[in-house]
Design a protein around this ligand. Structure first.
Ligand code: CAA
Length: 387
């Protein structure tokens, strides 16, 4: 057993840390205030190889594995969690879908673009189908070599900005989740439109919105996986995506801890830096312990996904725990900063607003508890039909 990162992993971590400090930290507060979609910073991420990080080199990507991606993502999230989610969705939910389930012609056409300058998104959720993702109603009907997609998607990260969307639709409703199929859909497809960006609490630069499909034609060659395989495609992608969200949460938690430690060392009250007082010291010690525990759960989940078998419950444990730690770390950082922590200027209240979504998207904490409990107890323990 080896708990140390190898030389190449350390190099990825250090390079991403340096890149994030140099290119991303200073504008994060402004991007949050303006809630403007961060195309200039995304271009920098493409130039540095982080968008397309896991795409093999033959299609212009960096060919990194999921652990390398996780290490880089933590550093990006530490600087700006909004950019981190765009990177995560692009790499682990979109590029990975094309890579694993796309036909050869589709891969040759789309993967080099995703590695160069085109953004990918993921469209599963619908207004009536959030946690119960199998309940989607968007329909795809086959007409010769084409499919026509009709329906509505909700809470889509990058809606209207991304260039390509992995869209899940029912192709055989009688078969329930076994009737769902995945498709690659370009932004300019006829019949595709988008709602405006929704005003939201955190990760404000990463726009979220609705997507409307009105008979959108998709060639059969742009189908991802077999007809009826779409739900398993979605959940397998979410195994990776959730490690990404756990990494995002870890980055936020690390940022909060660093800010709290730094402030505790310099803020003087009652004649001493507040870091001398036990009330602050114990808080920081507990937090550092939880951040460390989250780190190893996240690294382990990323490593496990490179091993044979399904590791969904281990991924759920990592995402569940890291997201809780992120929220707690942000709250503690605010408390340690006192009144200053409540003010935008100090940048810790943003961490709390950004952290909260990690307990919600890519499976709420409740869904992750359900996944872990299913592994421990099986479904029968809760009675027939129980989730
Ligand atoms: N990989 C591959 N296949 C999997 C799988 C996995 N990790 N997990 C389950 N499956 C398969 C099962 O084997 C089963 O296959 P068969 O039909 O062949 O038997 C099938 O999928 C259905 O499995 P379940 O019976 O477990 O499915 P369920 O309907 O009970 O749902 C759930 C389970 C855990 C509740 C699931 O619906 C879920 O994860 N919900 C949360 C949805 C979610 O995470 N949405 C995220 C939206 S995207 C997003 O948030 C992105 C963003 O904005 C940043």
């Amino acid at each position: 057993m080896d708990f140390a990162l190898g030389p190449s992993e350390k190099a990825i971590q250090e390079a991403a840390r340096e890149f994030a400090r140099r290119e991303l930290v200073s504008g994060a507060m402004r991007r949050d205030e303006e809630a403007s979609f961060p195309w200039p910073e995304l271009r920098r991420l493409w130039d540095a190889g982080y968008l397309g990080f896991t795409i093999p080199e033959r299609w212009g990507g960096a060919g990194a594995d999921l652990l390398g991606h996780t290490l880089a993502l933590v550093e990006i999230a530490k600087a700006d969690a909004a950019l981190a989610v765009l990177m995560e969705v692009h790499n682990t939910l979109h590029a990975a879908a094309v890579l694993r389930w796309g036909g050869e012609d589709l891969k040759d056409e789309v993967l080099p673009r995703l590695a160069r300058d085109r953004l990918g998104a993921f469209a599963l959720t619908e207004p009536q189908a959030g946690s119960d993702a199998a309940a989607i109603e968007t329909r795809a009907v086959q007409e010769g070599d084409l499919w026509r997609l009709t329906g509505q998607k909700a809470f889509i990260t990058g809606a209207g900005e991304a260039d390509y969307y992995v869209v899940f639709a029912q192709t055989d409703p009688a078969r329930g989740h076994r009737g769902i199929t995945a498709f690659e859909v370009p932004k300019d497809a006829p019949g595709l439109s988008f709602g405006p960006p929704q005003a939201k609490m955190g990760i404000r630069a990463a726009h979220t919105g609705a997507m409307f499909l009105d008979g959108v034609p998709v060639p059969d060659a742009w189908r991802l996986g077999a007809p009826g395989e779409g739900f398993r495609v979605a959940l397998a992608l979410l195994d990776q995506g959730r490690v990404g969200i756990a990494a995002q949460a870890l980055g936020i938690a690390e940022a909060a801890l660093e800010k709290a430690v730094e402030y505790a060392g310099r803020r003087v009250q009652f004649g001493r830096p507040i870091g001398h007082f036990q009330g602050i010291r114990w808080r920081l010690a507990d937090l550092a312990t939880e951040v460390e525990a989250a780190r190893w759960l996240v690294y382990r989940a990323a490593w496990l996904l490179g091993q044979p078998g399904r590791h969904t419950a281990d991924v759920s444990k990592a995402k569940l725990f890291a997201s809780q730690v992120a929220v707690k770390a942000a709250l503690e950082a605010i408390q340690i900063h006192g009144g200053y922590g409540y003010m935008r200027e100090y940048g810790v209240e943003r961490l709390l607003r950004d952290a909260k979504i990690t307990e919600i998207y890519e499976g709420t904490s409740e869904i992750h508890r359900l996944v872990v409990a299913d592994e421990l107890l099986g479904r029968l323990a809760a009675g027939p039909g129980a989730k």
